[in-house]
Write a protein that binds this ligand. Structure first.
Ligand SMILES: NC(=O)c1ccc[n+]([C@@H]2O[C@H](COP(=O)([O-])OP(=O)(O)OC[C@H]3O[C@@H](n4cnc5c(N)ncnc54)[C@H](OP(=O)(O)O)[C@@H]3O)[C@@H](O)[C@H]2O)c1
Length: 285
């Protein structure tokens, strides 16, 4: 039977083994897409290196450069992915350390918020770069990651990235970095919009007289159920809303107040402001 796993001959180097790198490593191993011998990581702290080695059986290096050179492909069927998973403020020092260490066949996948493909390519002297924008639910494998590629990335590498990002939840390849900024405003900043609404609804429940625990349970499950129903029914949100809006009923009364308060406009303005902020922050990294 043909091997359908795009990562079967791929080795990974995770530069900066914090929360997100660990989620990806754990996902890749759990799904048996790669074995621990295909993964190395680097981290400045010894305790963290030991923790990762004991937990996942992966080889850990103190030097980022050593981790990257360790995974260089040896034969024509081999491939290698370097995952940049440090905080944005550490990126430049790491890129400086890795400059000139990569061979042409290696692929760089950055999960660093705001870091542009051009910046990474220029500082590394390396052309094949993928930029991703995950969100916080990725930490429990329920994330939404948008990603885009430099023109040197080939189809095989794209399939490998798709398989890797499945460890964080769902993913969508977008056309360019402007759309990465758009996804930053929508899906990456998005949990904030939901948490604010969640908090407001829980407080409203407490205001009516529920205990906080009961209000939280009611709101959490209501939100989970509403999202799953929307996804599974494939209906337009307005249609779903109409289904529960009976004449003179509670939903009609509540919708009237939300529209009067400008909720729709506020959300639209919030997303647009986040998009503009993402664009301007991108110029500083
Ligand atoms: N967490 C999320 O949900 C999320 C969502 C979207 C995007 N992102 C992006 O993903 C990236 C990683 O985020 P994270 O949450 O995984 O952060 P994190 O947990 O802080 O991981 C980064 C790791 O890099 C280590 N580090 C520091 N300096 C280093 C160096 N010079 N070389 C190698 N490693 C170094 C840090 O060590 P110390 O702990 O010792 O400093 C830390 O363990 C960030 O750029 C973030 O913007 C994260």
């Amino acid at each position: 039977m043909a091997d359908t796993n795009p990562l079967s001959n791929c080795r990974f180097a995770f530069v900066g083994c914090g929360v997100m790198a660990e989620v990806i490593i754990a996902g890749l191993l759990r799904k048996k897409l790669v074995g621990p011998e295909q993964i190395v990581g680097s981290h400045p702290r010894q305790a963290r290196r030991e923790e990762m080695h004991v937990k996942y059986g992966v080889e850990m290096f103190e030097s980022n450069r050593e981790a990257v050179t360790e995974t260089q492909p040896e034969g024509p069927d081999d491939s290698s992915i370097i995952v940049l998973a440090v905080k944005p403020q550490r990126l430049h020092v790491v890129l400086e350390e890795l400059k000139g260490a990569l061979v042409k066949e290696q692929l760089v996948v950055s999960i660093v918020t705001g870091a542009k493909i051009g910046t990474i390519a220029e500082q590394l002297l390396h052309a094949s770069v993928v930029r991703t924008m995950p969100n916080t639910p990725a930490q429990i494998g329920e994330g939404m990651t948008a990603w885009t590629v430099s023109s040197e990335v080939n189809e095989k590498q794209e399939n490998q990235v798709r398989a890797m990002l499945d460890a964080l939840g769902k993913n969508e390849r977008v056309e360019n970095e402007r759309q990465i900024d758009m996804a930053t405003a929508l899906s990456a900043t998005g949990p904030t919009y939901i948490y604010l609404m969640m908090e407001a609804l829980i407080d409203a429940g407490v205001h009516m007289g529920f205990s906080r625990r009961v209000a939280e349970d009611l709101v959490h499950q209501m939100m989970r159920g509403a999202v799953l129903f929307a996804v599974e029914s494939h209906k337009h949100p307005a249609e779903l809303r109409n289904m529960v809006t009976s004449p003179g009923g509670t939903s009609a009364e509540a919708i009237y107040q939300m529209e009067k308060g400008g909720l729709r406009t506020v959300l639209s303005k919030a997303v647009w402001a986040a998009f503009q902020r993402a664009e301007s922050l991108g110029k500083t990294i």
